[in-house]
Design a protein around this ligand. Structure first.
Ligand code: COA
Length: 264
């Protein structure tokens, strides 16, 4: 079904593995097509509750956009590529089902941008992050100038992107780029452990938390539908009162039992 990614579903957790290990999982046109299509599968398959994105092999999560593919582009072609990348990454960022990056090695350029489009990130202790596009005479094109700044602040984002400096896992943790650092062997288990907890919570509310937090960090008014984050929160808070999950959650609290959410 897909050419450049592998997928598996276990206990509601859908794992997407970027699978071009001989090219360090670099993002070419086919990977974008597959990521675009697989996010439709995530949306439409009710058995998928949460998602992990990781890379094939032990060396790289994703070592960037496929440099060989775009080296001869003109301005229009480059802008089209950038828009395509941004749109696919918006699709990941706007997924109502949690998408977490398990960064198992190099996350450079488009790889760092892919990880940052996910809702949060874990990494293995040998992971390396960076936006080295200035080495190629480029700026990041898949949202990196925006999301790295949102995640780690203006000064550090400026420094890393201007210098093309790579940072290791512990620095990524210190800067808030990742939530946890694990051994390579325990990366997926730790990610699944967190997602298993999230899967016990009310799915509609979890989806609305993603929507509200995305509005908090994104200033593009087309993307936020002209609403402030506080307005969005009022709307989502109200909408939760129309869900069976909210009735179940509050009833379970009063009855001193564990809530069983159905996601409606
Ligand atoms: N695009 C296309 N191919 C890439 C790639 C990319 N972003 N990153 C790695 N590859 C390919 C290499 O060309 C090589 O292919 P080959 O075996 O056919 O020659 C293969 O993946 C292995 O990479 P290699 O460079 O030999 O591994 P390394 O361990 O020596 O170095 C990196 C690893 C990540 C430091 C190095 O590959 C690199 O700098 N990659 C580019 C990172 C980058 O600039 N990303 C931003 C792009 S906008």
């Amino acid at each position: 079904m897909y050419n450049t990614i592998l997928t598996s579903l276990e206990n509601g957790i859908f794992t997407i593995t970027i699978n071009r290990p001989d090219k360090l999982n670099a993002l070419n046109k086919d990977v974008f097509n597959d990521l675009d299509a697989v996010m439709d599968e995530v949306k439409n398959n009710a058995d998928i509750k949460t998602v992990i994105i990781t890379g094939s092999g032990t060396k790289a999560f994703v070592a960037g956009a496929d440099i060989t593919e775009f080296s001869s582009f003109n301005k229009e072609e480059a802008m089209h590529l950038s828009k395509r990348g941004q749109d696919v990454f918006f699709k990941i960022e706007n997924s109502k089902k949690p998408v977490v990056a398990a960064v198992n090695g190099f996350a450079l350029g488009g790889g760092c941008e892919l990880a940052m489009a996910c809702h949060f990130r874990l990494c293995s202790e040998h992971a390396k992050f960076g936006q080295p596009e200035v080495n190629l005479g480029l700026v990041p094109g898949y949202g990196g100038t925006q999301r790295l700044t949102q995640l780690i602040g203006k000064g550090k984002s400026m420094e890393l992107q201007m210098s093309a400096q790579l940072i290791d896992a512990n620095e990524a943790l210190r800067l808030g780029l990742v939530n946890y650092v694990t051994t390579a062997e325990s990366l997926l288990d730790k990610t699944k452990e967190i997602l298993t907890v999230i899967q016990t919570k009310a799915p509609v509310a979890v989806g609305k938390i993603i929507e509200c937090i995305n509005v908090a960090i994104v200033s593009d008014s087309a993307y936020t539908n002209g609403k402030s984050g506080y307005e969005k929160e009022i709307e989502c808070f109200g909408e939760c009162f129309e869900t069976e999950d909210m009735k179940e959650g509050t009833a379970a609290f009063v009855e001193k039992r564990k809530a069983i959410f159905k996601g409606n």
